[in-house]
Design a protein around this ligand. Structure first.
Ligand code: ADP
Length: 629
């Protein structure tokens, strides 16, 4: 794999991205951030109280040794520490309760976006590519929005640690060495002080900078990392996938996995990309960073000890300065590390922010769809052509047609002729690439999007039911009209099976949410989906291959009762089996994305050697041959 040269984002952009991400997460979960931030401030500042009081006790022991003063100091220290411990545990409990389900809450941000997104965006492979990149970066390196919860807390903790540390160490620089210290009075010289501060700042900058350099190898190579992680995940989890178990065995696909799992030169192998980097620059920078960190503490210790030796302050102050400097050294390195980490993470957060900001291109209209009672709906396709995003090929071409409410329409044609796409355009799951669709003479884009969706009940070929109860599935809601749900199930041909279920409408489908759940066959699922479409009671009922999974008897039942099932609704019935559409008085024949014929079954057959007749004869022959056999 070739590794491209990549660069980190400029600081100005890093700031803007982190700010935007923080505002977004804060808006969603303000209390979680408040609890974490308060905890961070408390965690940073409270230890300094103990350090200060301990220094006073040590000073008292080293100088006056006054028992009354000592008792007072010890009591104050004990009480203060007890109070700090109490408040700390309150903050921990508050933070933990606000942070419960932390990862789930974070996921909710994406779930909400996905549920709210235009169907066309969801169905676009680019959307999936973007989402899976976000998830894979999250899983492979912990990159993305999620990291901000932790890095902002650490950043604040580091800043507050520095504030507290500076407050306790100001006197280290202001307390003078007495003149009797001789040559050591040089420690009072402003230039010496400046040099010491400079060395300490340089050292504290260098340590995290080196460590960030080591880490940047991971973020800059995250793309390759992600692809390898995907392969690694796929092959190492293959055995866990029940749906693949049969094929893996029949075709011995475990052998392919072995090849990948044992490959030492892969991204994560012992002779692979990261192993080489770890033995080389990553290891070198990380080791240098640790060495420089130790140097900081060393320089600070020498300075404090020299000033104490020269008589600038006593032993209590020594402990105070040393403890404060040790904490500050953590503060400085954490501050710089977190800033570096935020810079490394910015490009990953940018991906998430762009994903979450994807616009609703379909929700523009505001016109209500509701028609006055007794008013008919009329739908017109005017020169409609359509191609899926990312594809050059037109799936529908120059479609012109009209239909009115109450009609029974069948759409027939070979697989891939554009029938389902036609329905998706009608329901405005996609907008036409060219031309327009009118409802009662008005472009459907002008209607309120959700209201417009509400006038269709569709059973798609690849419909899905949920692991809720039967009744909730039919009503698509938690509370529902039980009589209506039952009536719809019976109309859809599910009556007999319903009678056999002990818990009736309260029976869970599948086993995910209840051990008592029932597994249903494809045909039964199709009937439930049909009942769901009927329960919605929308003016248009669209059934896409609704009998594909039914046995011949159940299929005949649906045909025979079709008029009863759909009642006074407009019914659009899609099938590539022509025999199942004979009862519709208006048949649309699709071929390669065009409407090539329209009429009743008899009219279309009478036309002679056309597409409908060809398809009809081909299928009729098959049935005749099957009957003879
Ligand atoms: P039918 O319902 O008649 O079988 P479809 O409308 O499902 O036909 O499909 C028509 C054509 O559009 C097919 O060539 C199919 O591969 C293509 N197609 C369907 N869905 C998508 C999609 N989401 N993205 C790209 N192409 C698609």
């Amino acid at each position: 794999m070739k590794h491209k040269e990549k660069k980190l984002l400029p600081w100005r952009e890093v700031y803007a991205i982190n700010r935007e991400a923080l505002c977004l997460l804060y808006r969603e979960y303000p209390r979680m951030f408040q609890s974490r931030f308060l905890f961070a401030v408390w965690e940073a500042l409270s230890p300094y109280v103990g350090i200060y009081l301990s220094a006073l006790i040590i000073d008292e022991l080293a100088t006056d040794r006054d028992p009354a003063a000592l008792i007072k100091l010890v009591l104050v220290t004990l009480l203060t520490e007890a109070l700090i411990a109490l408040i700390s545990s309150y903050f921990v409990t508050w933070r933990d309760s606000e942070t419960a389900g932390f990862y789930y809450k974070y996921q909710q941000i994406f779930t909400k976006k996905l549920l709210d997104m235009d169907f066309a965006s969801i169905d676009d492979s680019k959307t999936h590519e973007r989402l899976s990149a976000i998830i894979e970066y999250q899983n492979s390196g912990g990159w993305g929005l999620f990291r901000l919860f932790i890095s902002t807390q650490l950043l604040l903790q580091a800043v507050m640690t520095l504030v507290g540390g500076i407050a306790l160490t100001v006197t280290l620089f202001t307390r003078k060495v007495p003149p009797e210290a001789g040559r050591l009075t040089v420690l009072n010289h402003p230039l010496f002080l400046a040099a010491i501060i400079l060395v300490m700042v340089a050292v504290t900058y260098l340590a995290p900078a080196l460590s960030n350099k080591a880490w940047s190898y991971f973020s800059l190579n995250a793309e390759e990392h992600r692809v390898s992680n995907r392969l690694f995940g796929f092959f190492s989890w293959l055995g866990y996938k029940q749906e693949l178990a049969a094929d893996v065995r029949i075709y011995r696909q475990d052998i392919i996995c072995e090849k990948y799992n044992k490959d030492k030169t892969g991204m994560f192998g012992s002779k692979g990309f990261y192993a080489k980097l770890s033995r080389g620059p990553i290891g070198l920078f990380a080791a240098a960073s640790s060495a420089v960190s130790v140097a900081f503490t060393g320089v600070a210790y020498i300075f404090v000890c020299l000033k104490a030796w020269a008589g600038a302050f006593g032993v209590g102050a020594v402990t105070q300065y040393i403890a404060a400097i040790t904490k500050m050294s953590w503060g400085v390195s954490t501050l710089i590390e977190e800033l570096g980490d935020m810079r490394n993470n910015a490009s990953f957060m940018k991906m998430s922010l762009e994903f979450l900001a994807m616009p609703h291109t379909m929700r523009q209209g505001e016109r209500p769809v509701e028609m006055p009672k007794g008013c008919a709906y009329e739908v017109e396709f005017k020169n409609v052509s359509f191609r899926y995003s990312g594809s050059e090929e037109y799936v529908l071409k120059n479609m012109n047609l009209k239909f009115r409410s109450g009609e029974r329409i069948a759409v027939v044609g070979q697989n891939g002729s554009g029938k389902t796409t036609f329905i998706k355009l009608l329901c405005r799951l996609y907008d036409p690439t060219e031309g327009e669709i009118l409802l009662n003479g008005i472009n459907i884009r002008e209607y309120d999007y959700l209201e417009y969706l509400g006038i269709f009940s569709v059973v798609f070929q690849d419909f899905r039911l949920f692991a809720f109860t039967l009744g909730q599935n039919v009503a698509a809601g938690a509370r529902y009209d039980r009589n209506r749900a039952e009536a719809c199930l019976r109309r859809a041909g599910f009556g007999e099976r319903l009678n056999a279920l002990d818990l009736g409408l309260d029976t869970y489908l599948y086993k995910e949410l209840s051990e008592e759940g029932v597994d249903i066959s494809g045909g039964e699922a199709q009937k439930i989906a049909l009942a769901r479409a009927l329960y919605k009671d929308a003016p248009f009922v669209i059934l896409d291959e609704p009998t594909a999974a039914l046995d011949p008897i159940a299929e005949a039942e649906v045909y025979n009762h079709f008029n009863e099932i759909v009642g006074d609704k407009t019914a659009i019935y899609i099938s590539h089996r022509l025999s199942s559409c004979r009862f519709c008085n208006d048949i649309l024949v699709f071929h390669e994305g065009r409407l090539i014929q329209r009429g009743s079954h008899e009219q279309l057959l009478a036309d002679g050697g056309n597409k409908y007749a060809q398809l009809w004869n081909a299928q009729a022959q098959y049935y005749k041959r099957r009957t003879r056999e």
